[in-house]
Design a protein. Structure first.
Ligand SMILES: [Zn+2]
Length: 175
């Protein structure tokens, strides 16, 4: 039995006990979360959210890609979310390679080069990565002035630590 068959069997059990068919489309807590896809992170559980409370947008690294921004913009403008949270985490696989290494490996393995994806968004500095995603979201022209905060989730303790916005040094502003 494949994993897909196993999870389909699990869904039969889930549907047999299903009792949340009456949920509204807009998230009840008016929150959208952008998080890494890491399998150790249960976004709803770690934030005390229930089904129907929030939009959860996930990708490798918790990156504010064109597509993640698309979802956040729809989330706010069409479905009424009023706060955004970005979650990266300790021990993230995205710091274990570089874009060029992965691209070289894929081209060697397959014998092909490809137009897309043109970035894998690997990164080195976790805090800087969080700040960068928060900034990309905050300063997008279609995102109004709503709270956008960034966090690092510790996969060993379950704790969330906030990454505060970097304030430019005066010397940089004057340069
Ligand atoms: Zn990750």
């Amino acid at each position: 039995m494949s994993i897909t068959d196993e999870v389909l069997a699990a869904n039969k059990e889930y549907a047999a006990k299903f009792d949340i068919g009456g949920l509204a489309m807009p998230p009840a807590r008016k929150l959208a979360v952008l998080a890494c896809m890491d399998a150790r992170i249960n976004v709803e559980q770690l934030l005390g959210l229930k089904t129907g409370d929030a939009h959860i947008i996930r990708n490798a690294g918790g990156i504010a890609t064109e597509d993640a921004l698309r979802s956040l913009i729809i989330s706010h403008h069409l479905l009424g979310t009023q706060e955004f949270i970005v979650i990266n985490h300790t021990d993230c696989g995205m710091v274990t390679f570089t874009d060029n290494q992965l691209l070289d490996r894929l081209e060697e393995q397959t014998g092909f080069s490809a137009v897309s994806p043109n970035h894998f968004h690997a990164f080195v500095d976790l805090e800087r990565n969080v700040r960068r995603q928060v900034s990309r979201i905050k300063h997008h022209p279609f995102v109004p002035k709503i709270p956008v905060r960034g966090f690092i989730y510790d996969v060993k303790t379950g704790k969330l630590g906030e990454v505060h916005e970097h304030r430019p040094h005066a010397s940089h502003q004057n340069a």
